[in-house]
Design a binder for this molecule. Structure first.
Ligand code: NOJ
Ligand code: CA
Length: 544
């Protein structure tokens, strides 16, 4: 056992014996790993990831040391948007498995001490949801149409959409339907693809249906929910025209369809429902908002537990910018008594290795940023493959692209498939143990990035993640940080749990005073005496 492992064990024993009065809910400082189900592991050889595939790879997650997984939607769906278009909220899509597979996955995960968070999609259903089929058949003015947002068109013959709203995926947010009598009729709203009609959350039946869906999954033992488009459920009364142009899929400009006051009533209601279950069931909001202050309103004490901090994800690799966003986050959330929720990548954004410049530099920076993130107070979300240092795949052939963004943007935006390429597990031929084949091609170059290859390489990104998560189990769990006095390019802070993180975000080596005992680092750090040199674009953790 190395010196640092010995230290870690001692602290662990102390933590385990602390009184139950100090017990914190599991999610407070959790590391939650996002599984994009289609791309994680294929258990039946059809080229598409599935629930039995995930079960067969749970040991990877246990060895990595995560506290929970968040599964992207695996519900019955025509898959117009990778499953974010749900046909039946209580059924598993056949391509992903069965309800029994799901129950078995939850049981196996729980046995390994891994919690399970599922993805709830309340803003819209699939156009194949029975409610939508019923609405089309029932015609204008019917109760079935009132579950969605149907409106007459503008202009003398109603041929113009009801307002100027644009779809997040490009094009108008309205599609005109053919009425049961065969004539062109009303329009329905879809903030995303036409296959994803928006629900009317002012309709009580919609509200009670989702309460019921939540109970269905909570009763099956899920530990939490990720709420898709959590800021979108209500649209401003009268559906007024939008006044600003859209700026792509990650746009955070205030809009008449985002962040309306009424969403908070729903989350107060859901919080009470979650609280009525034993075992700290939690909810995390996916909400792209213009300010941290607007974000903090989703995690007020009687609302949701977490909201992804997309301001952090959107920050450039720059020490000043990092420090500013970290400070602002901690401060703003403290005002509502909440801890931050950090994230660098997910299935909607370009992988952070690539955002930070790609290649060796991108990887160096990604490793640095993740050590910073994992040292911060609060919870952290990881995205499958980042522990392998995977990059965005930017050269997928046109004909394999499946993201609706590709077509809806008139083939100008290649969409999000590049971060959804299947995980390389082992072997030396694509798809590297993902399955016999894969729905997106896996780059040859990932041969050296497989889980197997990285497991045997002590300097690999995977080993660094494992080490960091091991230390975090013991010295994580912090609620505050204090900045250290460091040179400009260095980010240095100490948490109240005794962890010190130093990150040299500049391109020159920097000498600093040794802040404690070295625990983990992204590059070799030589400590001799009272000072040490931090290599360019590197981070290290120290025990104060
Ligand atoms: C956010 C999800 O993360 C994304 O993948 C999806 O396309 C949209 N919401 C619409 O459901
Ligand atoms: Ca499969």
């Amino acid at each position: 056992m190395s010196e640092s492992e010995a230290t870690v064990t001692r602290v662990a024993t102390a933590a385990a014996s602390s009184s139950p009065a100090h017990r914190q809910p599991w999610w407070r400082n959790a590391v939650i790993y996002e599984i994009y189900v289609r791309s994680f592991a294929d258990g039946n050889g059809d080229g598409v990831g599935d629930l039995i595939g995930i079960r067969s790879r749970l040991d990877h997650l246990a060895e990595l040391g995560v506290d929970a997984v968040w599964l992207s939607p695996f519900f019955a769906s025509p898959m117009a948007d990778g499953g974010y278009d749900v046909r039946d909220y209580r059924a598993v899509a056949p391509e992903f498995g069965t309800l029994d597979d799901f129950d078995a996955l939850v049981a196996d995960a729980h046995r390994l001490g891994i919690r399970v968070v599922i993805d709830v999609v309340p803003n819209h259903t699939s156009h194949e949801h029975p409610w939508f089929t019923e609405a089309l058949a029932a015609g204008p003015g019917s109760p079935a149409r009132d579950r969605y947002l149907f409106r007459p068109g503008r202009g003398s013959d109603g041929a113009e959409p009801p307002n100027n709203w644009e779809s997040v995926f490009g094009g108008s947010a309205w599609t005109r339907v053919t009425e049961p009598d065969g004539r062109p009729g009303e329009w329905y709203l879809h903030l995303f693809a036409p296959e994803q009609p928006d629900l009317n959350w002012r309709n009580p039946e919609v509200q009670s249906e989702f309460r019921d869906v939540l109970r269905f999954w909570l009763d099956r033992g899920v530990d939490g929910i990720r709420i898709d488009v959590a800021h979108g459920l209500f649209k401003a009364e009268g559906l007024p025209d939008d006044t600003a142009d859209r700026e792509g899929i990650l746009d955070t400009t205030p809009r008449p369809y985002w962040d309306q006051e009424e969403v908070h009533d729903v989350y107060r209601d859901w919080r009470a429902l979650l609280d009525s279950y034993p075992g700290d069931r939690m909810a995390v909001a996916e909400a792209w908002l213009p300010t941290l202050e607007r974000m903090s309103r989703y995690v007020r004490p009687d609302e949701l537990h977490q909201a992804f901090n997309f301001a952090f994800l959107s920050t450039d690799f720059d020490p000043g910018a990092f420090r500013e966003v970290i400070d602002a986050t901690v401060r703003t959330l403290a005002e509502v008594n909440a801890l931050p929720t950090w994230v660098l990548s997910n299935h909607d954004v370009v992988r952070h290795t690539t955002r930070y410049g790609g290649g060796e530099q991108g990887l160096r920076r990604a490793r640095t940023a993740v050590l910073v993130m994992l040292a911060l107070p609060g919870a952290t979300y990881l995205y499958q493959g980042e522990e392998l240092g995977l990059e965005q795949v930017t050269d997928l052939p046109d004909e394999v692209l499946q993201d609706p963004v590709w077509r809806r943007s008139g083939y100008t935006d290649r969409g999000r498939d590049g971060c959804r390429v299947p995980i390389p597990w082992d072997g030396d031929q694509p798809p590297f143990g993902f399955g016999e084949r894969s729905w997106l091609p896996v780059p040859e170059a990932w041969r050296t990035r497989t889980v197997a290859a990285q497991t045997t390489d002590p300097d690999s990104t995977l080993r660094m993640y494992q080490q960091a998560l091991g230390v975090r189990r013991v010295l994580g769990g912090s609620a505050r940080l204090d900045w250290l006095d460091t040179p400009d390019t260095v980010l240095g802070f100490r948490t109240d749990s005794g962890l010190v993180c130093t990150a040299n975000m500049g391109t020159d080596p920097v000498e600093i005073n040794v802040p404690g005992e070295l625990l983990v680092s992204t590059q070799q750090v030589h400590v001799s005496g009272v000072t040490t040199v931090l290599p360019p674009e590197s981070a290290a953790w120290w025990r104060a």
